[in-house]
Design a protein around this ligand. Structure first.
Ligand SMILES: O=C(CO)[C@H](O)[C@H](O)COP(=O)(O)O
Length: 235
């Protein structure tokens, strides 16, 4: 079965968490997009009613509009009941690396504000320990070379051996990738993160770091799309 089919199975199973009248955080990335489209179809068919979404990226907002999912401004949401989002890596304690699509800041704000975060992935995202995927760190453009050195030092101090910290660029060019919030992304190839909590704490202490892609203590359910269905894991 292809990754797209597995992602679709996970997204279908996530609909089971949604009830009429809910306000939803809409994650970003290909799996979250599939969920948003399925949500639009459920609203159109009437199997779900009166659901509103808070998108975590401009792209997700566009997909939601195309799918007919009503959106509200983030600051108009009294509460967010459930957020459904993808991930780049998920470990056995539901710690995540996110930000492959560069939307980690808004994704984390919305996940943190939600009563429940549900993660939708295919099996390839499940890992024994985090770190094979380069950790995205969102930074302010002002002084980003200084910040990049501080990020390198923080990773090294947290036990990462010779991390490779690279500014994310658009396509194949040399122009920096700019997030929806106007920031840059440093992709930090670490190979392994022995102590994700320590890495998170050290990155949080750097002034130019806006946010990082370690999502710890946020996800409460992980839905894994597989060949023959979807496995729902809950903490
Ligand atoms: O964190 C993200 C975007 O910032 C995505 O959720 C993550 O990259 C997974 O994407 P996909 O579902 O396309 O594999």
């Amino acid at each position: 079965m292809s990754a797209v089919e597995d992602k679709t199975r996970a997204a279908e199973a996530a609909l089971e968490f949604i009830e009429d009248g809910m306000t939803l955080g809409l994650g970003s990335g290909s799996t979250a997009d599939i969920f948003v489209r399925l949500l639009g179809a459920a609203l159109e068919s009437g199997s779900l009613n009166n659901v509103k979404g808070v998108p975590t990226s401009e792209n997700t907002a566009r997909v939601a509009r195309e799918a007919g999912v009503p959106l509200i401004e983030v600051d108009q949401a009294d509460k967010i009941d459930v957020t459904v989002d993808g991930a780049d890596e998920v470990d056995g304690r539901f710690r995540l690396i996110k930000g492959g699509g560069g939307c980690l800041l808004r994704e984390k704000i919305i996940a943190h504000a939600s009563d429940l975060m549900v993660v939708v992935v295919d099996e390839t995202k499940l890992v024994e320990s985090l770190g094979a995927y380069a950790l995205p760190v969102e930074v302010d453009p002002f002084g980003f070379t200084i910040t990049a050195k501080k990020v390198y030092d923080a990773l090294t101090a947290a036990g990462v051996v010779r991390p490779d910290v690279k500014l994310r660029c658009r396509g194949d060019g040399n122009d920096p990738f700019v997030t929806d919030g106007g920031h840059y992304i440093l992709d930090c190839a670490c190979k392994a993160l022995a102590d994700p909590e320590q890495v998170a704490a050290r990155l949080n202490a750097i002034p130019g770091v806006v946010e990082h892609g370690l999502f710890i203590n946020l996800a409460r359910a992980v839905i894994v799309g597989e060949d023959d269905g979807a496995r729902v894991l809950e903490l």
